[in-house]
Design a protein around this ligand. Sequence first.
Ligand SMILES: Cc1cc2nc3c(=O)[nH]c(=O)nc-3n(C[C@H](O)[C@H](O)[C@H](O)COP(=O)(O)O)c2cc1C
Length: 169
Amino acid sequence: MDVLEAINTRRSIRKFTGEVISDDQIKTILKAGFQAPSAHNREPREFVVVRDKEALEEIANFHQYAKMLPKAGCGIVVCGDETLQPEFGFLVSDCCASIENMLLAAHGIGLGAVWCGVYPKEELMKPMSELLNLPDHIIPIGLVVVGMKEEDKQPKDRYNESKIHYDKW
Ligand SMILES: Cc1cc2nc3c(=O)[nH]c(=O)nc-3n(C[C@H](O)[C@H](O)[C@H](O)COP(=O)(O)O)c2cc1C
């Protein structure tokens, strides 16, 4: 899929068939995550691929907006390493750039995906860190839920001239 087509047609998919996605598909998505730009090129990103049924259920239990996760069958938690990027804003930015790349990659290979926020919600970060055994310097930023689509969504055109400012506000 052409890059602009992917950007313009990507939507959050929250209904999944339950079919398992392949290791190759997961690798394609992870590679896209690694390819994202990184502040000072520090690449502080770490990825935890969660496929264990019980772990998926547990995340869905504490994350009220990730109830679709067990049916999707795969969640990739994108984390930032504070020892590699101590500037926290940059850490978050790097992880978010990876997440968007991963959503586009998933869409590009015909899978459905949705970004579920973790940072800055303490009540989500804490149980996520505990469940995944994350060391203290590894901060969970977001969760990419990915699986075989059970719904298709129409693209939305959100281009809005009134929000564009040339040279000055
Ligand atoms: C930081 C962030 C956190 C989000 N968290 C959730 C979430 O927890 N659960 C969910 O279903 N969607 C979540 N979304 C997806 C948005 O709801 C979605 O992108 C938005 O409604 C626009 O729809 P679209 O992605 O189909 O274009 C999140 C998106 C972002 C950027």
